[in-house]
Design a protein around this ligand. Sequence first.
Ligand SMILES: Cc1ncc(COP(=O)(O)O)c(C=O)c1O
Length: 374
Amino acid sequence: MDEEEIEELLQKYYRKDMHYEDGKILGSMYTQPPKIALKAFFKFYQANLGNPGLYRGTAEMEREVIKFLLKLTSGSEDFFGHIVSGGTEANIIALWVAREMGYKRVLATEDAHFSIRKAANLLKLPIKRVEMEKGRMSIEDLKSKIKEEDIIVATVGTTPLGFVDPIEEIGKICQMHNCFLHVDAAFGGYVVPFLRELKYTNKKFGFDIPAVRTITIDPHKMGMAPYPAGGIVSRENIFEKIEIEAPYLIEEKNDSLLGTRQSGSVAAAYAAQLYFGWEGYREIVRKCMENTNYLVKRAKEEELEILQQPEMNIVNLIIKNVEKVKMELYARGWGISINPKYSSLRIVIMPHVTKGIIDEFLAEIKNIKKSYGL
Ligand SMILES: Cc1ncc(COP(=O)(O)O)c(C=O)c1O
């Protein structure tokens, strides 16, 4: 086929996909990256940090991104990290390393991301549920279940509600029992530091809490980087624990879960971070919170019930027959997600979810409720 024909064919499929620039994807933790990040992605599309000896420049950029992640997580510049394919891989690595260190069981809440259950399953680690109180890990329940050699997984920005587990208190309990504390801040790691500066919260979640050993924090969520760009950072060199001989590679070893790693996204994450800088990311969070508050206010005006006051830019609207409403919204071009156990529509207020989109969405819901008599 000639290029024109191929492009035409690609366009046919492109039209079937949803795109962030249309604003109608409301259930995703991703958004449109800045153009310079996409340019960086294509410039470095060949890079593969599975064989870093060939890609010294990209390896240096990875270190720059890790340094930024360590700033977000109150870590020291000489701590360790990898840019990986996403939060799932980061969580698997954290639990894998903990298991290699001799920890034997995972404790997590029901709202911990499903990748924690996946990781436990793959690693054959038993997993025990810690109950929640108002959507956050219950300290009382944790105290009653924790044992030495446990891995505790706490979340900063839970996937369903965007809530923050009480990491400082969890950290104290972990220290008393010599447990391994992994913090999944895949989403909230790029949000909470700025919520603190904007005076929304004074919560800590990072390495300034002595028990925290590893943190997942993803540039491809609120870091505005294109995927695949998850992050795992750690106090110790955890990667040594999973290092394996790989004689065919320049450095003759491999210390990540994947072999070949698409690393154009490392260049892209670096470009996004240069483009926005610390102040730029704070401005993104400020705007997302402004729009979150706008949605809460407008929903109340429309007599829609909010599940709980949002802690970050994720809002849940309680809706009768939520599955049906989801499918109807989908049929009308909206990419929405739900929390069946709360009977709620879950809206992630990413930068593409503007006030105009919020108004359009609420009008659509009103319309659907009217046509179904809900
Ligand atoms: C808290 C949390 N952890 C981990 C993940 C998994 O990230 P990924 O989809 O990048 O693998 C998500 C995804 O939404 C998440 O919300």
